[in-house]
Ligand binder design. Structure first.
Ligand code: ADP
Length: 437
């Protein structure tokens, strides 16, 4: 048996014995026993009363102290209290850690009560949803966001798909809102900034629309001529030649467009070069100059090349050929007959530079930042008429990015333009050709 219980049994035993002895001596057994046990009961009631008073204090007062069995009961209560306190501390710590993690999240996090009132929100809730905690605590989220689409989404109760809408904090951003019901009809609202994805999606749509538009004209022209030709009972040789020349023009235009699109898609999807060649740029430019003279043809541009011999570049010969030829072809396209086109390859400020300078029509300053965007043209009709696809400078930009290089565009409208590719020193080789894996 428990030691304190033994002690109580002994006390009762001694009270009984003492009552018997006193009773024996005085002959008043009952009074002796009543005094002894009365005293015992008073002591017990006192302890019981202090326990009751402590319980009434809801644990805010000190647990009472006592000897014996009551002392053990109070000690056990104290132990239970301590364990509960430790558990509460651990839970509070965990809740705090969760709150810290939710606060540090880049997304907006809002906890709603069953009546859709704001119970808690993290810091980024202000940034993406315009919900400030604790200022907005207790407010209904529907009243705060005031977007009819969001109100419908919140009341519909089907949260399988997220809702995309302009950010209530900044209409230029797009947020994706996901609601997750939990617990007793509470809700967790997550708001994520998807502006970048939204813009990419818009760019993709514009791109597809542009490509379709570019291809539609030549296809329509070709289909029209084929239909005309097949309907004609007889045709003059001259007419036939004219028709065929136009058809060839249109099919070449489609071919150029498809070639440029394939080049762009290869550049975009290809992994970084695993093998870098030492590309002999002076030889590459000499070849391009010959092609440029043929292309210039009747226009008789004055073409010159000034290349620093033995100045080589680490990279992909094929890609550099494509980028440089695009710049040269543009110079021929946008420079009137007899104009001057200078190609230069040299070292300056520890960087290798390739420039194409022309005395053409030039470009107004407001167009310059957009020139490398796909299908951006200063004059669409002029570009198409000269065989442009609107993709040349996008290809140049991608090739240069894959060579850690930059494109600089300077232009004086009416007098000419200068396109310069600037390569970092790390890509420059001045020795005879070597191959590096
Ligand atoms: P395009 O196939 O139309 O030439 P690019 O991407 O190569 O497409 O060039 C985009 C636009 O930049 C051209 O349509 C033209 O308006 C302008 N541009 C490019 N190079 C020159 C240049 N050397 N002189 C004047 N304008 C140029």
């Amino acid at each position: 048996m428990h030691a304190s219980l033994w002690r109580e049994v002994w006390i009762i035993f001694w009270i009984t014995l003492a009552s018997l002895l006193i009773g024996l001596a005085s002959g008043r057994y009952f009074i002796a026993a009543a005094i002894g046990f009365g005293f015992y009961i008073v002591v017990q009631l006192r302890h019981l009363n202090s326990l009751y008073r402590w319980l009434l204090s809801r644990g805010s007062a000190e647990v009472p102290d006592a000897e014996g069995l009551w002392g053990d009961v109070f000690a056990e209560i104290r132990k239970l209290m301590k364990q509960a306190e430790q558990r509460e501390d651990a839970l509070a710590g965990m809740a705090q850690r969760f709150q810290n993690a939710a606060s540090a999240m880049p997304d907006a996090v809002v906890i709603l009560t069953e009546h859709d009132e704001i119970e808690w929100a993290n810091r980024n809730a202000a940034r993406w949803l315009g919900v400030r905690y604790p200022r907005d605590a207790g407010m209904r989220l529907g009243n705060l966001l005031r977007d009819p689409e969001f109100s419908r989404y919140l009341t519909r109760g089907d949260f399988t798909e997220p809702l995309e809408m302009p950010s209530p904090a900044n209409a230029e951003n797009t947020v994706s809102i996901q609601i997750i019901p939990f617990g007793a009809r509470q809700k967790l609202v997550l708001g994520r900034d998807v502006t970048h994805l939204h813009r990419l999606e818009q760019m993709r749509r514009t791109f597809v629309a542009n490509v379709s538009h570019e291809l539609r004209t030549p296809i329509t022209v070709l289909a029209g001529f084929i239909e005309t030709l097949s309907d004609l009972p007889a045709i003059q040789q001259d007419d036939l030649r004219r028709y065929l020349a136009t058809m060839q023009d249109q099919s070449l235009r489609m071919q150029r467009l498809v070639d440029d699109l394939l080049t762009l898609s290869r550049l975009e999807t290809a992994p970084p070069h695993r093998r870098e060649d030492a590309v002999a740029i002076p030889a590459l430019l000499a070849g391009l100059l010959e092609q440029a003279e043929i292309l210039s043809g009747e226009a008789h541009h004055r073409l010159t090349l000034d290349a620093q011999p033995k100045l080589k570049l680490l990279g992909s010969g094929e890609e550099l050929h494509s980028a440089f030829s695009n710049l040269i072809i543009n110079a021929i396209r946008y420079t009137p007959a007899g104009g001057e086109i200078r190609l230069r390859w040299w070292m300056e400020d520890d960087q290798a530079r390739f420039s194409v300078t022309d005395t053409g029509e030039g470009i107004a300053p407001e167009h310059i930042p957009h020139l490398t965007e796909r299908f951006y043209r200063v004059d669409t009709a002029r570009s198409r008429a000269s065989g442009g696809t609107g993709l040349g400078l996008s290809i140049v930009k991608h090739v240069l990015a894959r060579h850690d290089a930059q494109l600089q565009i300077e232009s004086d409208p009416g007098h000419g333009s200068k396109f310069t590719c600037v390569f970092p020193a790390a890509r420059v080789l001045r020795e005879p050709a070597i191959t590096i894996d």
